[in-house]
Design a protein around this ligand. Structure first.
Ligand code: KG4
Ligand code: ZN
Length: 353
């Protein structure tokens, strides 16, 4: 059996993350520094600021991951790092750090695709998960339905034609005046518990389309218009809203969430039918990415897979949102089959990268 130990580094968006993972699946360490304060202050990710924030903490985050793993640097097998998709300025911070360490320790590098990592981390969580499987990847920037036939062999069954579901959650939260010191998704999920999901009749997107694609821009717009029509003022934070105002916001949150997730359910049903025609041995739907940590999303998807005699596999929330473990694990999967780059030269000048 192989005994690989891989350091994973992730800086594609607003979290700076690193982790050390063994090929047995053991997680030796996991560190995430989030830019929540910046996000709250500016209401979104600004690339230049995000780059500076990554640069400020990357050394510390990686060192902490190595320290917590309690191994000497010589025990590392390789360094895995996200090379895309993401903000290029931010990705560069991670790649430079990875090349510096790999150069110094003479270690191979594995370049990792962020979305592949969201899907493959499910195989760390559940050793029984074999190819082929179906994956729904739902985050702030992506909304994908993928048939994973084998390692590196993926068929995209559907994507978003405009916004991803996480973007719709985040904007809805912002317009409802929710606390943005964390991302919008969890804030909407929490507020929706107080609301009536039937109160506002939002239209389900793309009902007439016979494909597996998604669209959240229209729903986002419906929400914005409803908030305007009800004279809800996002300048007044929900914590200061009257109970009537709070109730109105909760109803919008719940109604939005119901329709946003109904759209996922309909497209997953179609994707399952399609996937089973190509690969009848599919047994699992993997749901991963930040939005898959939502309990309502999980329970509704669970009903869809049960109807189709499949099983739902969601990584725990800490492995659904951006993290270093999924990058390290994807590094393990690729390293095993020889997909890695030779060590970069030691003391490589940064502008040569
Ligand atoms: O995968 P991720 O951490 O980063 C990207 O690759 O984008 O996903 C972040 C997205 C954000 O839009 C955030 O609001 C959403 O995931 N999210 C949630 C929840 N937790 C995070 N959305 C709904 N419910 C949640 N509990
Ligand atoms: Zn992500």
């Amino acid at each position: 059996d192989d005994n690989l130990v891989i350091l994973g580094i992730e800086t594609s968006c607003d979290d700076t993350a690193a982790a050390v993972v063994r090929s047995s699946g053991e997680i030796l360490s996991q560190v995430v520094a989030s830019q929540a304060d910046l996000l709250a202050r500016y209401g979104g990710v600004a690339p230049k600021m995000a780059e500076q924030a990554h640069a400020q903490v990357i050394d510390q985050v990686v060192q902490e991951a190595l320290d917590k793993a309690q191994l000497t640097e010589k025990e590392l097998t390789a360094v895995a790092v996200t090379i895309g998709p993401g903000l290029s300025l931010c990705l560069r911070v991670g790649v430079q750090k990875a090349r510096k360490i790999a150069g110094r320790l003479n270690l191979p590098i594995v370049g990792v695709h962020h979305m592949e990592a969201h899907a493959l981390v499910a195989r760390l969580v559940e050793k029984k998960l074999q190819f082929p499987f179906l994956a729904l990847l739902i985050s702030g920037g992506h909304n994908l339905l993928v048939l994973a036939r084998d390692l590196g062999h993926y068929i995209q069954l559907g994507t978003t034609v405009d916004d991803a579901i996480g973007e719709a959650y985040d904007k809805t939260a912002k317009w409802l005046g929710l606390d943005m010191r964390r991302s919008g998704g969890p804030a909407i999920e929490e507020l929706a518990h107080e609301g009536d999901a039937e109160a506002v009749k939002f239209r389900v997107p793309m009902k007439q389309h016979k494909d597996c694609n998604f669209s959240y821009a229209g729903l986002k717009n419906q929400v914005r218009l409803e908030i305007e029509a009800q004279n809800i003022n996002a300048e007044i934070p929900i914590s200061s809203a009257s109970s009537e105002d709070r109730g109105a916001r909760a109803n919008i949150a719940a109604s939005f969430q119901r329709v946003a997730v109904l759209h996922l359910e309909e497209k997953c049903q179609r994707a399952i039918e399609w996937a089973l025609k190509i690969e009848p041995s599919v047994k699992y739907l993997v749901a991963s990415g930040g939005v898959a940590s939502n309990k309502f999303v999980r329970s509704r998807l669970n009903q869809v897979v049960e109807r189709n005699a499949l099983q739902l596999l969601c990584p725990p929330p800490s492995l659904c949102t951006d993290n270093g473990v999924m990058i390290a694990w994807t590094g393990v999967e690729h390293f095993r089959v020889g997909r890695y780059d030779p060590p970069p030269p030691a003391n490589e000048p940064e502008d040569a990268q």
